[in-house]
Design a protein around this ligand. Structure first.
Ligand code: GLN
Length: 490
């Protein structure tokens, strides 16, 4: 029946009765069995249309990010089907539960997210023909030798993903085996909870566990997989029948042409990934390089503007005019008195609402860091000028030098010498603060790290690499600054 349909391994024998069962069930429920639309729909009803499709965030190998691009079996399938059937898709990577919510509230036209065709869901969604056989399996941390079966879960906690079949399965046996269930919105959080030892096990789809384990996510399986359902593409019940029909027709064409098999092979037979530390570095070198480049760019731009702000407001602060001193003091207290993270959120999410147009992430980031560092630079400049003994100003003035000349020839040269170590300090702080911009999606070094370990689960190693990169760059920059300092501030 589904000769072209693939499973990761193991007998396909269970799939046939299961799918026929589902079809029978669908008939019983009064919904036409999947595929039945194909005959009734006008061919070409989808042509030229654009459909919004919701998906999960990270559910490798079905959907995940590689160098910032959404890739995976589901992505390749839906794109190939769209091309085959002449429609366009706009993918929204929302998270599993969020994607189902979005579908129910008609914010997306369909969902492809390694979504199991279950009885419950068939009450509210219409599914395409199944395209992959799955099933739930339990996994535990690699170094956990205490849990070898469900019996060992007694009194412990297991992690699942909200709204998934894994969660439903865990809930269905938790009383029998006496364990607690905690649900997370994203796969990465669920896995991290197990690796951190807070949960002892995770219930997830076996092809996803197998792929993760092969990519070195630090887990292992100790039990057999449960027989589970197959994945299908979903639309709201009764809505977009032409899209469902096109999906089925496209899927059949891909299975016929061999492209379906190619897509599966691309992700499933890719062979065990080289899991050495060195390959982690080399494989991700382009992403690290891009991140480092953006980190340095944001640092350089921010420090440039911060220096200008610092000099202007620093002089305001030592000015005899109360208004100028007031302006500078207000500026410093606002930006020193609020967290950088809040400032970043404000400039990226808040400012666009005030000015009525979007602010791109580099602009928002540089605004944040310049204004923040500028406040500290203001204090450095003020402190530097004021630390020059006022007696020197008086002496120079009494010798007949004007205020400007005294500043230029006597006070400022000494002030710069005093300020230099503090400036270098601020350079280092600003460089490190760029990492906070990861939260607004600025693709600097820390952001790249998060993207990398969301896929390969090697959180500790990736963070160590990134920390080392920051450390090397900062050490080199401070050394350089020291040399320049010695050169010019003799
Ligand atoms: N196949 C599972 C389900 O449908 C999980 C899907 C997912 O996490 N993306 O519930």
């Amino acid at each position: 029946m589904h000769s072209g349909k693939r499973a990761l391994k193991g007998p396909a024998s269970l799939a046939v009765p299961l799918t026929s069962l589902l079809a029978a069930l669908a008939l019983l429920l009064g919904t036409p069995a999947s595929g039945a639309f194909a005959a009734t729909q006008e061919p070409g009803a989808v042509e030229g249309k654009t459909y919004t499709i919701g998906t999960d965030t990270t559910f490798a190998p079905f959907e995940f990010r590689e160098n910032g691009e959404l890739v995976g079996i589901d992505m390749d399938l839906v794109n190939a089907i769209a091309e085959d059937q002449g429609f366009d898709v706009e993918i929204r990577s929302l998270g599993f539960d969020a994607a189902l919510q979005a579908l129910q509230s008609n914010q997306v036209d369909g969902v492809i997210a390694g979504m199991s065709i279950t009885e419950e869901r068939q009450k509210v969604f219409d599914f395409s023909d199944p395209y992959f056989e799955s099933g739930i399996q339990m996994a535990v941390a690699e170094n956990n030798n205490d849990v070898a079966g469900y019996e060992d879960l007694e009194g412990k906690r297991v992690a699942v993903k909200t709204g998934t079949e894994g969660q439903a399965f865990a809930e269905s046996i938790k009383d029998q085996y006496g364990f607690d269930v905690i649900a997370f919105a994203q796969s990465a959080q669920m896995y991290d909870d197990v690796k951190a030892g807070s949960s002892v096990a995770v219930f997830d789809d076996y092809p996803v566990l197998a792929y993760g384990i092969k990519s070195g996510n630090g887990l292992k399986t100790v039990t057999e997989k449960e027989t589970g359902s197959s994945y299908g593409f979903a639309v709201n019940a009764g809505a977009n029948p032409e899209l469902l029909a096109a999906f089925n027709a496209g899927l059949a064409n891909l299975q016929e042409s061999g492209e379906y098999e190619e897509i599966m092979d691309r992700y499933l037979d890719a062979g065990a990934a080289d899991s050495s530390f060195w390959s982690l570095v080399t494989d991700n070198a382009p992403a690290f390089a891009k991140g480092l480049g953006l980190t340095l760019l944001a640092t350089a731009l921010s420090l440039f503007f911060a220096l200008i702000l610092g000099i202007i407001f620093g002089f305001f602060k030592v000015s005899s005019k109360v208004v100028l001193r007031g302006i500078a003091t207000t500026y410093v207290s606002i930006f020193r008195g609020t967290p950088v993270l809040v400032q970043a959120f404000f400039f990226y999410f808040g400012l666009p609402q005030l000015i009525g147009q979007p602010v791109d992430v580099l602009t928002a980031g540089v605004l944040t860091l310049s204004l923040n560092a500028g406040a500290y630079m203001t204090e450095i400049v003020r402190g530097g000028i004021q630390s020059v003994d006022p007696g020197q100003m008086e002496a120079a003035r009494s010798l007949g030098l004007g205020y400007g000349k005294t500043m230029q020839k006597v006070v400022i040269p000494q002030a710069i010498k005093i300020m230099t170590p503090s400036f270098i300090n601020q350079f280092v702080i600003t460089l490190k603060d760029t990492s906070l911009l990861a939260v607004i999606g600025f693709a600097e070094l820390t952001y790249q790290a998060q993207q990398i370990y969301a896929v390969n689960f090697r959180t500790a190693e990736v963070l160590l690499i990134v920390a080392a990169l920051y450390f090397i760059v900062i050490t080199l920059l401070t050394k350089l600054a020291d040399v320049l300092d010695k050169r010019f501030n003799k």
